[in-house]
Design a protein around this ligand. Sequence first.
Ligand code: NAD
Length: 356
Amino acid sequence: TKVRTSAETRARADGGKPLRVLVTGAAGFVGTHVALALKLRGDGVVGLDSFNHYYDPELKIARQKFLANAGVCVIEGDINDEKLLKRLFDVVHFTHVVHLAAQAGVRYAMENPGSYVKSNVAGFVNLLEVCKSADPQPAIVWASSSSVYGTNTKVPFSEKDRTDHPASLYAATKKAGEAIAHTYNHIYGLSITGLRFFTVYGPWGRPDMAYFFFTKDILKGKEITIYETSRGESVARDFTYIDDVVKGCLAALDTANKSTGSGGKKRGPAQLRIFNLGNTKPVPVSRLVSILEEHLKVNARKKVLPLPSNGDVEFTHANISLAQTELGYRPTIDLETGMKQFVWWYLNYYDRSRKN
Ligand code: NAD
C-alpha cells in the first residue's frame, strides 16, 4: 500500500525508527487525518489545538474524541504559548512537527484581520523560535496554501510562479509564513517544508467551506449561490481529497532531512522546500453542485451571481510535477468518488450526531 511505501522511504532516511511528531491544529480537519495516519503507521503523535470558535467547536471536540479512541491525545493550547510549547518539547523531544494550526478561511479576514496575524504570523514565529532552541531541532512540515498564487492567471500554478499578488489577508499571511520559513532556514538551519494545499475536502471537513455548507443548505431546501467569473464561467477549484493530501504530508515528513543547527554548516544545508499538493483537475463549482445533487438525491435551489471582490479567486489549478518527483505524490481520488465519501460521513455521522 501507499502507507507502506512511505514507511519504507522513512526506513531509508531515518533508520526505520518511529518519528515523534507534534501536530498543531490537530482538532482541525487536516490535522485530525494526519495525526490518525501517523498513529496508524506506528509513529508517536501529540496533538495541540486552541479549539478556537471560528467554526463549530463541537465538531473539533468530536474530532478530539475520535483521535482519543485511536490513542492520540490532543492537548488544548495555543501556538503563541511559548511556555507550553517549551514544556512539550522538553518532555517529548519531537523529531518532527506538522504545523497545521492557522486561522483559515478567506472571507472571515474582512471582519477579523487580527486573528490571522496572531495565528498565522506571530504563532508561526513563536513555534519556530521554540523549534530553533529545541534539542533535537525538529524538521518542520507546515501548511501554506494555493491562495498565495492570488490573482495569478498563468495555469497550472507552478512553485516557480510569482506569488506577490495575494487576494486576501489570509493569503498574505500564508505568503508571509513562506518568507518567515526562509529566514529560519537561512539563519538557524531549520529544515522546513511548506505545502501549498489546494481546496482540501473530505469526511471531518470544515463547515465554512462551500462543499460543506452547500450540502447542509441543499438538504434544508435553502437556496445556494454559485459565483461566476467576469467571463460568465463558474468559479473553479482544484479540489483535492483529504487522503491524497495526507499521503503528501507523510511523504514530506519522510523525505525531510535533519535540521543542521545555527549557521547550517555541520551537516550541509538543511532543506527549505515548497510543494503544491493539488489534484491537477480543476472542477467548476457548478459541477460540484451537480455531484452533490446526485449523491444527496435532492435537486438544489440555486442562483448565480458575479464573484464579489472579497478575497476569493476565480480559479485554482496545481502543477504537481515537483511533488511527484520529490515526494512520489500521486493523487488518485476524483471529485465524484471523494464527495461520495464526504456525503456518506455527513449523512451517517455529522447530521445524525447533530439530530440526537
Ligand atoms: P481547520 O481550521 O480545520 O484547522 C486548523 C486548526 O488550528 C483549528 O482546529 C483551530 O482551532 C487551530 N488553531 C487556530 N489557531 C490556533 C492557534 N493559535 N493555536 C493552536 N491552534 C490553533 O483548517 P484545515 O482545513 O484543517 O487547515 C489546516 C491547515 O491547512 C491550515 O494551516 C490552513 O490554512 C491550511 N490550508 C487548508 C486548506 C483546505 O482546503 N482545507 C487549503 C489551503 C491551506
